[in-house]
Design a protein. Structure first.
Length: 259
């Protein structure tokens, strides 16, 4: 399944007892159509308040249903903050997480003196003017395969801190700054920690070379605090063509509050 959701009402993707999560909500809706309990496995577990335009999840079932049942039928049992975009049968050896070849994230940051009112739950905010050139110079240090220990959460369960950050693009459109990141995979809080450090550079606290030194230090305690989750979106997940998944490409977060 391809799934889109507003993360604001949820305590992240992963199931938690007595707390609203995306996984619990979608599993309950799918179970209504499958007529039995199911367990979803996703490509990337998003945190509290983080959104998705292109989350991918798989589940096993013996239920035989037309594709429309797994899309419109499931959506009929979901709140307005979650929507199944597509559904596709796959062989047993497909795995939403381990078959993924890459993940794409975007972070939306409103950069103006006054906080946004419209869209406050779907974007970050920083009041001081940020230096885009300095942030781009800093971002260049991060592209490539590196040990990202300085940018991982202390609760990260990944076996290795090595990640291949293939692309980090920073764009400005009026008061809106977009950070677009692509990697083979991301560590826990890696994107938000990168954003926090780039903001430190953008506001002039450190020069761009500080990011390179921080990366080499592998010391999380030297980095900036983890940035707010509201502006973060999982936009797409890459898979090999032979899976024939109907991935929706080129979708980007929209932001009414950016004007």
């Amino acid at each position: 399944m391809g799934i889109e959701y507003d993360g604001a009402p949820f305590c992240g993707w992963q199931t938690q007892p007595q707390r609203p999560t995306v996984q619990n909500t979608v599993e309950a809706a799918v179970a209504r159509i499958a007529c039995t309990k199911v367990r979803l496995v996703c490509a990337g577990r998003t945190d509290t308040g983080v959104h998705a335009l292109g989350q991918v999840a798989h589940f096993d079932t013996l239920a035989q249903r037309p594709p429309s049942a797994w899309i419109r039928g499931v959506n009929a049992h979901l709140p307005g903050s979650i929507a199944v975009l597509w559904a596709h049968a796959v062989p047993d050896d497909f795995h939403a997480r381990f078959s993924a070849l890459g993940r794409h994230y975007e972070y939306l940051l409103v950069n103006r003196a006054v906080r946004p009112a419209l869209g406050a739950a779907i974007c970050g905010w920083f009041p001081s003017r940020l230096d885009l050139a300095a942030m781009r110079a800093a971002a260049a240090h991060l592209v490539g395969t590196h040990d990202f220990s300085a940018f991982r959460s202390s609760q990260c369960q990944a076996k290795s801190p090595l990640r291949d950050l293939r692309c980090l693009v920073i764009e400005r459109d009026g008061d809106m700054i977009r950070f677009c990141l692509e990697a083979n995979a991301f560590l826990h809080h890696m994107v938000r920690n990168i954003i926090g450090c780039l903001v430190y550079v953008g506001k002039g606290r450190f020069d761009p070379d500080w990011i390179g030194a921080l990366l080499r230090s592998r010391d999380r305690s030297l980095a900036a605090p983890t940035f707010a989750p509201q502006g973060l979106y999982l936009t797409a997940v890459d898979y090999a063509p032979h899976w024939q998944l109907p991935i929706l490409r080129g979708r980007r977060p929209f932001m009414a509050a950016s004007a």
